[in-house]
Write a protein that binds this ligand. Structure first.
Ligand code: BG6
Length: 369
């Protein structure tokens, strides 16, 4: 049942190319137009949307955070990401022009379900991005966009996460397509490039021996930090969450720009820090800014574990380790950069002799509020 792997999580990590490919499947016509007919909300209603709020918990919320960058850019609709358990109790602003998009692998997370119900009470349009057919959250939503990742058994989400980002991007591109106007060039490029992502994930999966080795030598580590910027920021948060969940190691993710406003005080000799580096062609010079961050923490003795694109030589002087991912458009990098971090957490958990699939105190779907 584990397909020759020791853990379901490992199997599911290796199923990610398929999960993304299946989530993309049948959702565009031959002429490059997206066709999300399954969304039973009229085009007129979707065109009128003037605010999008994601509601989700844990890893699913990070998928929403990644999507915020992309969807705001492509549609110019303001996007907010709310933790589902906070949304309901913060007197949220929503009406019939608000699209409340829940993200839940299981479709049963009570916090997320209650947020969806609250959104409906406020008159918002509700769309569920979900991996489980017939589950509760899609039933309680106006519409559903299924991720087709297949059953996810390991408690820590992996293929579910990449499929969620993919589905969020499809939704964003579809809204941009409907609105017509500012269908930015990069949106068009991303739509085409998404088809190549499954192959690129396979490529990443083939180059992770060094990450495994690094993890195995870190079984005694007490704290690991993760830095990222732009869409790499939620990936840093996800890397930290995975490590907490699986290896019970203190881990924190930060926005790289925030470093000098506090977290840099944590850097002492030997402190391991993962840095998710944006591709060199990311707008606003963000690549150079993150490279400077690596330089700053290295100068203070951090052990820098750098995730960078192929050909990005600028990171090399400041990196103790460079973990390479193939080149992609900036918005698509999360779908590759998340993978070494998943494998790192799995391997470290394994090295500590822990139960990778069933970490202590956690449940696959939390059906209480
Ligand atoms: C947590 C799981 O309890 O729920 C996380 O440990 C998961 O892995 C989160 O991301 C949300 O679950 P779901 O099913 O709503 O996506």
């Amino acid at each position: 049942e584990k397909g020759g792997y020791q853990w379901f999580m490992e199997k599911e990590i290796h199923e990610q190319p398929q999960a993304v490919a299946d989530t993309l499947l049948g959702r565009s016509d031959g002429a490059g137009r997206l066709t999300l007919d399954e969304l039973r909300i009229s085009e007129a209603q979707l065109r009128a949307v003037d605010r999008i709020t994601f509601v989700a918990c844990g890893t699913a919320a990070y998928a929403g955070m990644v999507a915020k960058y992309a969807i705001e850019r492509w549609t110019r609709i303001p996007v907010e990401v709310a933790l589902a358990h906070e949304f309901r109790y913060c007197d949220p602003i929503a009406d019939d022009r608000t699209l409340v998009v829940s993200i839940s692998q299981s479709g049963e997370t009570m916090d997320t379900l209650m947020a969806v119900k609250h959104a409906r009470d406020l008159g918002a349009l509700t769309v569920s991005i979900c991996n489980t057919h017939g589950s509760t959250i899609p039933r309680e939503s106006d519409a559903v966009l299924y991720t087709h990742a297949g059953p996810e058994i390991a408690v820590a989400s992996t293929k579910g996460f990449l499929a969620q980002i993919t589905a969020c991007y499809l939704l964003g591109l579809y809204l941009a397509q409907l609105r017509g106007e500012s269908y930015a060039d990069d949106a068009r490029a991303v739509q085409a490039e998404l088809q190549e992502i499954p192959g690129l994930i396979t490529d990443v999966l083939g180059r992770l021996d060094r990450v495994r080795e690094i993890a195995r030598f870190m079984a005694d580590t007490r704290s690991v930090l993760f830095l990222g910027r732009h869409v790499g920021f939620p990936i840093a948060l996800e890397g930290a969450l995975k490590l907490k969940e699986l290896a019970y190691i203190h881990a924190e993710g930060f926005a790289a720009g925030e470093l000098k406003h506090g977290p840099i005080a944590l850097i002492e000799p030997g402190q391991p820090v993962f840095i998710v580096v944006p591709g060199p062609d990311t707008p606003h010079g963000l690549h150079g800014k993150v490279v400077s961050n690596i330089q700053e923490i290295r100068a203070r003795g951090a052990r820098t574990l750098v995730i960078a694109q192929d050909g990005d030589t600028a990171v090399e002087p400041f990196a103790d380790e460079v973990i390479r991912v193939p080149r992609t458009s900036p918005m698509l990098q999360p779908l590759l950069a998340a993978v070494p971090l998943q494998v790192f957490a799995l391997e470290l958990s394994n090295a500590k002799g822990l139960d990778v699939d069933q970490p202590r105190n956690l449940a696959k779907s939390v059906t209480v509020e």
